[in-house]
Design a protein around this ligand. Structure first.
Ligand code: AMP
Ligand code: ZN
Length: 113
């Protein structure tokens, strides 16, 4: 999709600090990390937000969740704990309108949710 930052990152048109990539998904480090580990996991196909996903995306979204678990293990935060979160829509504070999951860990996280 034109003018989508994360589509451009997925296409390699804008550089990112990649930690995992395959045909369907990309994981890269957040440019402004909120925790020692702060990785963003995105589908390469453009879905604006979780609210726009549908049943046909179920396997893709499950794959992202399992990837989050595997990356947490690779980052060494599986035992201490971590959070996987996605913002969807205005009240969530979503800034980038391409579905992404934050993997956060390496410190005590706040107590919201
Ligand atoms: P959200 O508020 O859920 O939309 O989160 C968007 C996230 O994208 C924020 O944590 C930003 O720091 C991050 N971000 C924005 N631009 C980039 C970029 N070029 N590379 C990596 N992360 C980015
Ligand atoms: Zn996009």
């Amino acid at each position: 999709m034109e003018d989508c930052l994360f589509c451009k990152i997925a296409a390699g048109e804008i550089p990112s600090n990649k930690v995992y990539e395959d045909d369907e998904v990309l994981a890269f480090r957040d440019i402004s990390p909120k925790a020692p580990t702060h990785i963003l996991i995105i589908p390469k196909k453009h879905i604006a937000r979780l609210a726009d996903a549908d049943e046909a995306d179920a396997v893709l979204l499950a794959k992202i969740q399992i990837l989050a678990k595997l990356l947490a293990e690779a980052e060494g935060i599986a035992a201490s704990g971590y959070r996987v979160v996605t913002n969807s829509g205005e009240d969530s504070g979503q800034e980038v309108q391409h579905l992404h999951y934050h993997l956060l860990g390496g410190k005590k996280l706040g107590d919201i949710c």
